[in-house]
Design a protein around this ligand. Structure first.
Ligand code: NAP
Length: 214
């Protein structure tokens, strides 16, 4: 699949690299220096490229949105028309100083994004784990017990594609339902962040949901 990365920071750089190593055609975009994008593309291999957000989005069936919430207007303006595309967002609607969610309870960042892009097929995924765990999960993908990754969205086919990408990354996809479930998923991420960055044992943290019957 052709994948455009909009935001090549902690999340976008790692996920883009993993997607390329899993066999996808990746274009990295949106960093402050073009040299960084080129370096990422070279290191990822698999024919990965560096480009502008317009090039990354234009050539792709799926884009990963991985920018700070405060950069949303800018990156969307540069990406151009996303109609018909699958937009996987890991971006949380955090305040400028990253102390809390600026959208919550009766709305979510993912829903606000979908309202901005009514013709795109928005899926919320990957935002519930810290970037530090991504390479480790990918490296352990052959193991039987995989960590979970919750995702949600309203478009059935887009969700199926996103679930495939979640599997490629080494997680076990857990369909949490329609996009409005991002209202639960986004604050859940703050808990994960608390455990990853303030808890003991380091930020390489993933989670697994299990069902038990007596
Ligand atoms: N980090 C995590 O573990 C984590 C986990 C879950 C969810 N998230 C969410 O994922 C999203 C991305 O987080 P992140 O940690 O990957 O952010 P990040 O490291 O700050 O990456 C953001 C990207 O945007 C680029 N950028 C920022 N300002 C720019 C500008 N003026 N012009 C061009 N490019 C610009 C950065 O460029 P440079 O590369 O030059 O800095 C970087 O490539 C956020 O919404 C965050 O809440 C993050």
């Amino acid at each position: 699949m052709r994948i455009g990365i909009l935001g090549s920071g902690l999340m976008g750089a790692k996920l883009g690299t993993i997607f390329a190593r899993a066999g996808h055609e990746v274009t990295f975009s949106y960093a402050r220096k073009e040299a960084k994008l080129k370096r990422l593309a070279r290191a990822a291999g698999g024919g990965a490229r560096a480009g502008t957000p317009g090039e990354a989005a234009g050539a792709s069936e799926l884009v990963l949105l991985a920018v700070h919430w405060s950069r949303l207007d800018d990156v969307l303006a540069q990406a151009g028309d996303l109609a018909g595309k699958i937009v996987v967002t890991c971006s949380l609607p955090m305040s400028a100083d990253d102390t809390g969610l600026v959208i919550a309870h009766t709305n979510s960042g993912a829903e606000a994004l979908a309202k901005r892009l009514p013709k795109a097929r928005v899926v919320s995924a990957f935002g519930t784990v810290p970037s530090e765990v991504l390479f480790g999960v990918f490296a352990a993908r052959k193991r039987k017990r995989r960590p979970s990754l919750v995702y949600c969205g309203d478009d059935k086919r887009a969700k199926k594609v996103a679930a495939g990408l979640i599997r490629d990354t080494g997680f076990d996809p857990v369909d949490a339902g329609p996009l409005k479930i991002a209202r639960y998923l986004e604050p859940f991420t703050l808990l994960i962040g608390q455990l990853a960055y303030e808890g003991e044992g380091g930020p390489e943290l993933a989670y697994r949901f299990e069902r038990f019957s007596a």
